[in-house]
Write a protein that binds this ligand. Structure first.
Ligand code: DOR
Ligand code: ZN
Length: 437
């Protein structure tokens, strides 16, 4: 099977390319990129020798986007999401790969769960799935999971995401052991003694709303510990969902003295502040919480200057029964796979990020941090490709989500720019024309 993508604008920061370029795909790999690759015989959609030609005129072709932090909920919470529906949502959102967190039931702390996830993902065929195994058994923060066995089974990283590893000694051993296996550790950095009982950011707004607050220090204190542990053990660590100006300062200082710390944030943290909670929409209840407007600005600046490496959605599907309840008992989290790109493109339209910088944050850096293939369209690499229409206007409609859950606070938000085609291993897994919204 041969595919020829013609007349598109290729944006590939791994090769410093931003310009008109054709791409030839053969046997699931990028065979060639060049200014003008002649179409073999005729102009038709399919040529005699079996090459499908796709006209990319007016469109932007980028290395497949990678969402390094999602919750696919299966096994255990299939009423919120399954691996299949999550992969469909990924493809529709422009993602060719996702890393899925371990807080399932049972927890992904053993090879049978990791293997199950990989089997379901392969059966879906819509996106590559990198299972993240837990750091500790049953996410209890006490005994390390079987790292070597989990790596062998196909786990890509370790994280207790959803919960912090509060015991410093356990985290230290996790970093050392993961390092010896060349595996990344993704930290949900939260001091639960500071966040306990909290429902939103601790601020004047939480006081006015009468909702118990989660102080910025709950995040920052644990990020400081994580940085110190990585520094002391000379290992690396990745910080999940960074939300505060203080966290950004800690990351910047650590980087400056050479600590191997990377970080991600999610679109809601650079789109909304805690002011949005005034109408008590439980879809805005996330952990860590939406922070102040000043924090939001600091997160944007950190994405611009690279202190925050990656944008990841923290796609956290929940059913109506988890969300259509009083604020204090509602579940934390919002879906993100189908809005992440649109929200991040707003930063491009505003001039906060250039398009190559956005691709770096949503494709190449996630691949590098996870130490997986992808993030590049160099000849010989997997043909994982996202095609963007930067001028396409659309409106968020949770009713048309592929995800099984609809818990988004962005319903009816106007967007400009969308993934119109997603290609995984040379196979078109999503195409906008057939799925116009
Ligand atoms: O909002 C969140 N939802 N934060 C987390 O850390 C976990 C996630 C979930 O699993 O729902
Ligand atoms: Zn988390």
């Amino acid at each position: 099977m041969t595919l020829l993508l013609k007349n598109g604008r290729l944006v590939d920061p791994s090769q410093d390319i931003d310009g008109p370029m054709d791409i030839l795909i053969r046997n699931g790999k990028v065979a060639r990129i060049a200014r003008n690759i002649p179409s073999p015989a005729g102009k038709g959609k399919k040529t005699d020798n079996g090459t499908s030609i796709l006209d990319m005129k007016g469109l932007v072709v980028v290395p497949g986007l990678i969402d390094m932090h999602v919750h696919l909920r299966e096994p255990g919470f299939e009423y919120k999401e399954t691996i299949r529906t999550g992969c469909e949502a990924a493809a529709a959102g422009g993602f060719t790969a996702v890393a899925c967190m371990a807080n399932t039931d049972p927890v992904n702390d053993n090879r049978s769960v990791t293997e199950f996830i990989l089997r379901e993902a392969a059966a879906s065929g819509k996106a590559r799935v990198y299972p993240v195994a837990s750091i500790t058994r049953n996410l209890e923060g006490k005994i390390l999971s079987e790292f070597w066995d989990l790596k062998e089974a196909g786990a890509a990283a370790f994280s207790d995401d959803g919960r912090p590893v509060t015991n410093g000694s356990v985290m230290r051993r996790a970093l050392e052991y993961a390092h010896s296996l060349d595996m990344p550790v993704l930290s949900h950095s939260e001091d639960p003694t500071l966040s306990a009982g909290g429902l939103m950011n601790e601020s004047i707004v939480s006081t006015e709303l009468g909702l118990r607050g989660i102080p910025a220090a709950a995040e920052e204190a644990m990020i400081a510990r994580d940085i110190l542990l990585a520094e002391y053990t000379r290992t690396s660590i990745h910080i999940c969902h960074v939300t505060t100006a203080g966290s950004v300062r800690l990351l910047r200082e650590a980087r400056a003295r050479g600590v191997a710390v990377t970080a991600e944030t999610a679109p809601h943290y650079f789109t909304l502040s805690d002011e949005a909670l005034r109408d008590y929409d439980t879809n805005l209840k996330v952990n860590p919480p939406l922070r102040s407007a000043a924090d939001m600005e600091a997160i944007r600046e950190a994405l611009r200057d690279g202190t925050i490496d990656a944008v990841a959605s923290d796609h956290a599907p929940h059913a109506l029964t988890d969300k259509a309840v009083e604020f204090d008992v509602a579940a934390f989290g919002m879906v993100g796979l189908e809005t992440s790109l649109g929200l991040t493109l707003k930063l491009v339209h505003k001039g906060v990020l250039t398009l190559p910088e956005m691709v770096l944050r949503m494709s190449l850096r996630p691949a590098q941090i996870l130490r997986v293939p992808g993030g590049t369209l160099k000849p010989g690499s997997d043909a994982d490709i996202t095609v963007l229409d930067l001028n396409r206007f659309w409106t968020v409609d949770s009713g048309s989500f592929r995800s099984r859950s609809r818990n988004t606070p962005f319903q009816d938000m106007p967007m400009k720019g969308k993934a119109v085609m997603t290609i995984v291993g040379g196979r078109v897994v999503y195409r906008e024309s057939e799925n116009a919204s």
